[in-house]
Design a protein around this ligand. Structure first.
Ligand SMILES: Nc1ncnc2c1ncn2[C@@H]1O[C@H](COP(=O)(O)OP(=O)(O)O)[C@@H](O)[C@H]1O
Ligand SMILES: Nc1ccn([C@H]2C[C@H](O)[C@@H](COP(=O)(O)OP(=O)(O)O)O2)c(=O)n1
Length: 228
């Protein structure tokens, strides 16, 4: 008997921090009725486990083990947001702390960590389809993605957006500090030897510096040939 493998479509959205990947991916997933993979959250969760368990981040074996053993549940909410539970605890706020972001970028450079998270990420590919948000969705995790988008914006605009986002959440933030941390993190993400942040071959590159969220969403819907 021959097994038939039904094709499950994937839209890969990659790009640097603050380019709008999370926001745009969430809107697309809701519009298309697709599942959503926030792969950055998996790196952040690994970072949080490392911090909370007091693991030495230079001990790559121990960090990879923490990545492999993550006890995590993503609970989609009615507004399209996702609740993230680590060891049954809501860690939504902790995941976005500066300390977690910096550690996430460090653990993401460890090849064994990326390997450990690969299977977990691919499991998100379920019917009727998946919008996958990250840095290497189109280049490594879903090389056969149906559509690949690379979203970018200038570092200054990304720092401004992050600043506004944090202030709105009531979190104190300094724009020049944010800009520096965005530039440092970009550099680390781009120059690492495994899965560096680069557009996938054939990716649709969008510079959202001077585009609204709606304009970006529309460009992607046009690209994938979806009309409402
Ligand atoms: N095209 C855009 N124009 C204006 N603000 C945007 C745009 N895209 C995203 N934003 C805002 O920028 C902030 C960062 O976006 P986010 O989706 O978290 O980026 P990423 O996931 O790439 O780090 C959010 O507050 C979001 O609402
Ligand atoms: N597929 C991915 C997703 C994120 N990462 C890394 C890159 C970032 O430094 C951290 C956190 O990613 P996340 O997308 O949550 O960060 P931003 O919202 O873009 O600031 O993880 C990665 O290496 N590969």
């Amino acid at each position: 008997m021959t097994e038939t493998h039904e094709h499950i479509p994937v839209i890969a959205i990659d790009g640097p921090s603050g380019s709008g990947k999370g926001t745009i991916s969430q809107i697309l997933a809701t519009k298309l009725g697709y599942h959503l993979l926030d792969s950055g959250a998996l790196y952040r969760l690994t970072a949080l486990s490392v911090i909370e368990q007091g693991i030495d981040p230079d001990n790559t074996e121990a960090v990879a083990k923490a990545a492999l053993n993550l006890d995590v549940v993503f609970e989609p909410q009615l507004d399209g947001e996702q609740k993230v539970l680590l060891n049954a605890q809501d860690v939504g706020v902790k995941l976005r702390l500066d300390e977690t972001s910096a550690m996430a970028s460090k653990v993401a450079a460890i090849p064994a960590v990326r390997e450990a998270l690969l299977t977990r990420q691919r499991k998100f590919r379920e019917k009727p389809g998946l919008v996958a948000d990250g840095r290497d969705m189109g280049t490594v995790v879903f090389t056969d993605a149906d559509y690949k988008v690379f979203l970018t914006a200038s570092p200054e605009i990304r720092a401004e957006r992050r600043h506004k986002q944090l202030i709105e959440k009531g979190v104190d933030a300094n724009i020049s500090h944010l800009l520096k941390s965005i530039i440092d993190r970009d550099e680390r993400d781009r120059t690492r030897t495994v899965a560096p942040l680069v557009p996938a071959e054939g990716a649709f590159v969008i510079d959202s510096s001077h585009l609204s969220i709606d304009e970006v969403v529309q460009q992607i819907l046009d690209f994938i040939g979806f009309s409402e």
